[in-house]
Design a protein around this ligand. Structure first.
Ligand code: NAP
Length: 243
C-alpha cells in the first residue's frame, strides 16, 4: 500500500515509552512532530533527542485548561496520535475500587475525547487527516473471552480490569469517531503495540520487547493512503485484531 505525506503530527505522552518512538519515527519520516508532554522538562529532553523536526507541546490530557491552551497554541495539524495512557493496576474487577476505574478512564478514555475534540477543527481543515488511537490487544473482548497463552492477561481471569476495559472503550470510540468523521475524510484507527518494555506497569517492565517495534503500527496508520482503512483495530504489524 502507498502512503500519504502529512506534514504535522501531535503525539500525546511522547516524552518516553512507545509515544517517544512514534514521535521519533514520524520525525524520521519527514513530519514536524509536536511532542506532547505534561511535564515541560521531560518533553524538552525528548525534543532534544529527536532533533530538529520535534517541537514541545505541553499537554496534560486530563486537564481541560491544558488541552485548550495546547490546541490554541498551534495552527495546523494533519495527524493526531492519542498515545498517552496509564495502566498501573493489574487487579480484577472485584478487587478494583471505582476510583481506580475513574482515574484510568480519565486518561485513557475521557482524555482521548477531550484532546480529539479540541484538535478536530485543525484536523478538519488539514490535508490527509488521520487519528491513531493507541489501544491494546488486552482490550479485545474476543481475545479475552477465548482466553490466551499462559501468563498473558487474556488468560488471567479478568486481570487489569480497569485498564483493559478502558482500552475496550477506546476501541468503541475509534469506531464511533471513524463513522462520525468519515464525511470529513478523517481516518480513525486503533493499534495495539504489543507488550513492550516500558514503565507502563509491572508486566511491561518485565518485558524485553522493543518499544520502537511497537511504535511502527501507529506510524503506518498515521500515513495511510486515501484507500486505507478507517474504523479498524490492528496489531503493530498491520494484522487486524478482532474487537
Ligand atoms: P509509558 O512509558 O508509561 O508512557 C506513557 C506516556 O503517557 C508518558 O509519556 C506519560 O507521561 C504519558 N501520560 C500519562 N498520563 C498523561 C496525561 N494525563 N497527560 C499527558 N501524558 C500522560 O507507557 P507506554 O507503554 O509507552 O504506553 C503508551 C501507550 O501504549 C499507552 O496508551 C498504553 O496503554 C499503550 N500500550 C502499551 C503497552 C506496553 O506493553 N507497554 C501495550 C499495549 C498498549 P509522564 O512521563 O509524564 O508520566
Amino acid at each position: 500500500m502507498g502512503r500519504v505525506s502529512p506534514s504535522i503530527a501531535l503525539v500525546t505522552g511522547a516524552n518516553k515509552g512507545i509515544g517517544f518512538h512514534i514521535a521519533r519515527q514520524l520525525a524520521e519520516a519527514g513530519l514536524t512532530v509536536y511532542v506532547g508532554s505534561r511535564d515541560a522538562e521531560r518533553g524538552e529532553a525528548a525534543v532534544a533527542e529527536i532533533g530538529e523536526r520535534a517541537r514541545l507541546l505541553v499537554l496534560d490530557v486530563t486537564d481541560a485548561a491544558s488541552v485548550a491552551a495546547a490546541a490554541e497554541s498551534i495552527d495546523a495539524l494533519n495527524v493526531l496520535v492519542n498515545n498517552a495512557g496509564i495502566g498501573d493496576d493489574l487487579s480484577s474487577a472485584p478487587d478494583t475500587d471505582p476510583e481506580t476505574f475513574r482515574r484510568i478512564f480519565e486518561t485513557n478514555v475521557f482524555g482521548v475525547v477531550a484532546v480529539t475534540n479540541a484538535f478536530l477543527p485543525l484536523l478538519r481543515s488539514a490535508a490527509e487527516p488521520r487519528i491513531v488511537n493507541i489501544s491494546s490487544g488486552t482490550g479485545s473482548l474476543t481475545r479475552a473471552s477465548a482466553g490466551g497463552p499462559a501468563g498473558s492477561l487474556a488468560a488471567s481471569k479478568g486481570g487489569a480490569a480497569a485498564y483493559r476495559s478502558s482500552k475496550t472503550a477506546l476501541n468503541a470510540l475509534t469506531v464511533f469517531y471513524a463513522q462520525a468523521l468519515a464525511d470529513d475524510g478523517i481516518k480513525v484507527n486503533a493499534v495495539a503495540p504489543g507488550l513492550r518494555a516500558t514503565g507502563l506497569n509491572a508486566m511491561a517492565s518485565a518485558s524485553d520487547a522493543d518499544p520502537a517495534e511497537g511504535a511502527a503500527g501507529a506510524v503506518w496508520l498515521a500515513q495511510l493512503p486515501e484507500d486505507g482503512p478507517t474504523g479498524g483495530f490492528f496489531s503493530f504489524d498491520g494484522t487486524p485484531i478482532p474487537w
